[in-house]
Design a protein around this ligand. Structure first.
Ligand code: TGC
Ligand code: FAD
Length: 387
């Protein structure tokens, strides 16, 4: 049985249903057996482990909360636990699942035509088709309402011009959900690989999310039929609603990464003997470990309550902002702390904290930077937009 609970200082396990626990333990086993043995090598060599994709599909990890179309129809707490466990493995693996599920299958399921849903969702649930989500542009991601990518109606077709940047899974995707400005506001399009004028290029030299593909997308007079537009996605609220799904998962993922770093730091402190006794005997070390447990416990409770609200249909996107901000921040801080606790060994990718630390530098920026989420919460409590 994998150890998918440590730390569980507040017996949060007892607040889960049997089904939720079973989902978590299944994914934990997958992460322990299949992700952890290879992930340091993937990170070091900047390789996304595509060989894991079919196994993740077999476990039902793509679009797991969606109804029908070969999806599992799980609740949102179970989905969160999946994301927690995947990110305990690596943020890159969780990113792939987040994008496929929350940023591609979700908009097709929510805003797509019957034909689009039937064509893409079963294939994406089985990972026979991979998706990516293009919102961010080279001139700035925090303010997507000012996007420059344009779609113009020409006869019965659309003509797409522009570029997207920092797109997870961009070059390996069979289909890109592309958000573009039209004369009627923001609209979403399903752009297939191989469409004339559509090219991609991977972004090299990343020192973060190295086990993940990140690309630029270019659209040069791409001609798309009306049937490739997501018919009910109208306005900026549509892509932002997708971000809410992915941010929700990241709120759980940040805790997963923190749990991995805490466990490694605790183990190290048990075994490292300095000044005549193991590090766990030192008051200062106990305070640092206790502080990690304090932060992880608050993150676990926040994520669980957020999930329960989401399952009751009562979650507001500003609550997701607070949770993404809090839980990625605690993940990043705990990863840095654990890296330091491990001493010199902590700078090696053979230990997990430095990898999580570098990954979380992306996670704290993407899906809305920490500042953006602080300002979202600020706007909610004051009524004043200060972006
Ligand atoms: P604003 O006026 O606030 O909103 C426009 C309309 O959208 C609604 N809305 C939301 N709906 C659902 N979920 C949300 N999170 C929403 N946020 C806003 C809002 O109610 C409004 O609706 P309506 O009916 O009144 O029109 O728009 P704004 O232009 O003021 O922007 C606000 C701001 C700054 C919060 C927004 O632009 C923002 O979130 N910026 C950050 C952009 C971002 O997060 N980009 C992420 C790109 S994707 C990515 O990073 C993937 S990483 C994937 C991985 O590898 O895991
Ligand atoms: P900018 O928006 O230029 O922000 C620069 C700085 O200004 C930040 O510190 C920000 O917090 C700060 N700032 C912004 N506004 C304000 C303000 N009003 N007041 C004060 N400070 C402010 N995007 C996608 O569309 N799809 C993807 O799949 C995707 N995957 C990604 C994968 C990786 C590895 C990374 C790193 C990014 C990915 N992104 C993706 C892009 C990501 O969403 C953007 O990087 C993010 O939204 C921030 O945009 P930016 O990098 O252009 O920074």
């Amino acid at each position: 049985m994998p150890d998918s609970k440590t730390p569980d200082f507040y017996h949060i396990d007892s607040l889960l249903s049997n089904d939720e626990r079973q989902v978590r333990d299944t994914v934990a086993r997958f992460v322990d057996d299949r992700v952890l043995p290879i992930i340091a090598e993937c990170f070091e060599h900047e390789r996304f482990p595509t060989e894991l994709i079919p196994e993740m599909a077999e476990l039902g990890l793509f679009g797991p909360t969606l109804q029908d179309y070969g999806c599992a129809g799980l609740n949102n707490v179970a989905y969160g636990l999946i994301m927690q466990e995947l990110e305990r493995g690596d943020s890159g693996v969780r990113s792939f699942a987040s994008v496929q599920s929350g940023l591609v299958m979700y908009p097709i399921h929510t805003y797509g035509s019957d034909e689009q849903k039937k064509r893409w969702l079963p294939e994406m649930a089985r990972a026979r088709k991979i998706g990516c989500f293009g919102l961010t542009e080279p001139d700035g991601g925090s303010d997507p309402g000012t996007m420059k990518t344009r779609a113009e109606k020409k006869g019965s077709d659309w003509v797409l011009n522009g570029a997207k940047m920092w797109i997870t899974s961009g070059s390996i995707a069979d289909v890109a959900v592309v958000w573009a400005m039209t004369e009627h506001g923001v609209r979403g399009f399903l752009l297939e690989k191989g469409t004339p004028g559509f090219t991609s290029r991977d972004i090299p030299h990343k020192f973060s999310l190295r086990a993940s593909v990140t690309s630029e997308l270019f659209f040069d007079n791409c001609r798309l039929p009306e049937s490739s537009r997501l018919p009910t996605a109208e306005g900026l609220g549509a892509p932002l609603s997708c971000l809410t799904q992915a941010r929700y998962g990241i709120a759980w993922g940040g805790v997963g990464a923190a749990m991995a770093c805490y466990r490694e730091a605790l183990e190290f402190c048990r075994n490292r003997v300095l000044f005549g006794s193991p590090l766990i005997n030192k008051q200062h070390m106990q305070i640092r470990l206790a502080d990690m447990v304090r932060r992880i416990t608050t993150g676990q409770l926040l994520a669980l309550q957020l999930g329960r609200l989401k399952d009751q249909g009562e979650m507001h996107h500003t609550q997701v902002s607070l949770a993404k901000w809090n839980n990625v921040r605690l993940g990043l801080d705990i990863a840095r702390e654990a890296r330091d606790i491990l001493g010199a060994g902590g700078i090696s990718v053979e230990c997990c904290p430095v990898r999580h630390m570098l990954n979380l530098e992306s996670v704290i920026t993407y899906e809305g930077t920490e500042t953006i989420h602080q300002l979202v919460v600020g706007r909610e409590i004051t009524g004043v937009a200060a972006f």
